[in-house]
Write a protein that binds this ligand. Structure first.
Ligand code: PEP
Ligand code: MN
Length: 276
């Protein structure tokens, strides 16, 4: 593998734990923790978002998610509420005390998003948008870097290297499945990648079982597998009414189903000695 000057580990005990500041105190992501990020694919309207945010906070979720700028395959699909969505995220943060993560698609939006969100997500489609990587490498806030749609582990770690070498060490990797010949599921989850990352790099790695599968019925088993494989956390899509969702309804859990997932994941986190 090409030199991982900054993403590679120097010794087996080297682990980066990313600390996220929030109104209720810091949230940690990294070795020894099982950190849960949950929320709808996109922020669709204020009432639904604040309701789901509160419900998730009561279930013990650590971080809220919600897209305001959505990368959509078709230009005619719902693209997110933009600034209005960011304002709703900030309101949810005030209401719950939880940090919020949202996707940044364009270097021109970085400053704006930093005013509202606690963590910036670089999505799969932008994993090799090198200018975007360099620019989120210059901010103070933590970044989640999702694995590219068809990227190798090496390409993914070298993309991480762009962010680290630009100055930002608060970096979290997210496995979200890769494109293969299999099309029953939306993507093919690469569980082995979690343990490869853990052995090559000191960076935290989480798994997104929602985009990895595209089917809500198999989100829970994949989430459980990820935690046992060594993931430092999960990012799960939860929607109050999945059948009405404006994006990714088929892979979104209802709050009830999410609460079952979280209960089962916590038992595995106990077995693995991870805090939550
Ligand atoms: C998302 O998190 O909503 C998203 C678009 O994910 P990905 O970039 O993994 O497709
Ligand atoms: Mn989504």
């Amino acid at each position: 593998m090409e030199a991982l000057k900054l993403a590679g580990r120097e010794e087996p005990s080297q682990h980066t734990i990313v600390k996220i500041n929030s109104p209720k105190g810091p949230v940690l992501i990294g070795e020894g923790h099982c950190t849960i990020i949950a929320g709808p694919c996109a922020v669709e309207n204020r009432d639904d978002y604040l309701m789901i945010a509160k419900a998730l906070q009561e279930m013990g979720v650590h971080i809220l998610r919600g897209g305001a700028f959505k990368p959509r395959t078709s230009p005619y699909s719902f693209m997110g509420l933009g600034l209005e969505g960011l304002k709703i995220l900030a309101e949810a943060r005030e209401l719950t005390g939880l940090p919020v993560v949202t996707e940044v698609m364009d270097t021109r939006d970085i400053d704006l998003i930093c005013n509202y969100a606690d963590i910036l997500q670089v999505g799969s489609r932008n994993m090799q948008n090198f200018r975007l990587l360099q620019e989120v490498g210059q901010i103070e806030k933590p970044v989640i870097l999702k694995r590219g749609l068809s990227s190798t582990i090496e390409e993914w770690l070298l993309a991480a290297e762009y962010i680290l070498s630009s100055g930002n060490q608060k970096l979290i990797l997210c496995e979200r499945g890769i494109r293969t010949f299999e099309n029953y599921t939306r993507n093919t989850v690469d569980i082995g990648a979690v343990s490869v990352i853990k052995s090559l790099s000191h960076l935290p790695v989480i798994v997104d079982p929602s985009h990895a599968t595209g089917r809500w019925e198999i989100v829970k088993p994949v989430a459980k597998a990820a935690v046992v494989a060594g993931a430092d956390g999960l990012m799960v899509e939860v929607h109050p009414y999945p059948e009405r969702a404006l994006s990714d309804g088929k892979q979104s859990l209802t709050p009830n189903n999410f609460s079952r997932l979280w209960a089962e994941v916590k038992k595995l986190a106990d077995v693995e000695g991870k805090r939550y």
